[in-house]
Design a protein around this ligand. Structure first.
Ligand code: NDP
Length: 241
């Protein structure tokens, strides 16, 4: 039986590309989403990949959702923590709500989802967890104190869990995409995108969601078992140290 992969936020943007690449690579795939029913419905219609609605920010919903996916497809072997949001504001204007929403989704969401699959992976002595962090967690970004903090936290989480999972056959890795042409990035003012962001990317363009998906397929392979605790930067050569 094909291994089972669960992709959070797997119905749109980078997550949709990841879900499709994993399906093409032969995995059984389930994708979660938060609220955009129309996008989820057309994604399922187009790809045949089943979608499940719950918020990664809700611990109990993650437990119940994972139980449902496992009842439908079997034990989850691969978890891709991709769901993420932005609530940008300069720090002096950032509200506690903007801070909390981003931390709850982009950082606590990883705890909630990984906790729901971890014991099963340990028991079965196999697991692959890939966390989609961000270049802005590596370098920081003005206007994104909340997002940068959460995404940097994802990297610490990845390295700590990699150590805990190592003897149980579980690898935990992070990918830090640079700017990828999804709705999240297309929402940035076009002038800012064209005059400030793209000129900083050495390859001279935004990345494609499929370019991140390919990296996920590589990291979750059976024979990628020696790669754990790693951070893979996929950012078109952007230098940020
Ligand atoms: P999109 O906004 O295009 O898609 C986000 C997906 O996440 C949607 O499926 C959305 O569901 C889902 N989602 C959002 N909040 C929740 C939640 N609380 N629970 C469950 N699902 C949720 O994002 P991108 O594809 O651009 O980004 C994907 C990931 O990559 C994010 O973690 C992002 O931070 C990261 N990233 C993106 C970059 C980029 O340039 N785009 C760069 C670096 C990192 P719904 O459809 O219901 O809204």
């Amino acid at each position: 039986m094909a291994k089972v992969a669960l992709v959070t936020g797997g119905s749109r943007g980078i997550g949709a590309a990841i879900s499709q690449a994993l399906k093409a690579a032969g995995y059984q795939v389930a994708a979660t989403y938060a609220g955009n029913d129309d996008a989820a419905r057309s994604f399922t219609d187009e790809t045949g990949i089943k979608t499940y609605k719950w918020s990664v920010a809700d611990y109990d919903a993650c437990k119940n959702g994972v139980a449902q996916v496992e009842a439908d497809l079997g034990p989850i072997d691969i978890l891709v923590n991709n769901a993420g949001i932005t609530r940008d504001a300069m720090f002096h204007k950032m509200t506690p709500e903007q801070w909390k929403e981003v931390i709850d989704t982009n950082l606590t969401g990883l705890f909630n989802m990984t906790h729901a699959v971890w014991t099963g992976m340990r028991d079965r002595k196999f697991g692959r967890v890939v966390n989609i962090s961000s270049i802005n967690g590596q370098k920081g970004q003005a206007g994104q104190a909340n997002y940068s903090a959460a995404k940097a936290g994802d990297l610490g989480f990845t390295k700590a869990l990699a150590q805990e999972g190592a003897r149980a056959g579980i690898t935990v890795n992070a990918i830090c995409p640079g700017y990828i042409g999804t709705e999240m990035v297309r929402a940035i003012d076009e002038k800012v995108l064209n005059e400030r962001i793209i000129p900083q990317i050495p390859v001279g363009r935004l990345g494609e969601p499929e370019e991140i998906a390919r990296a996920v397929v590589f990291l979750v392979a059976d024979d990628a078992g020696f790669i754990t605790g790693s951070t893979l930067s996929a950012n078109g050569g952007q230098f940020f140290v």
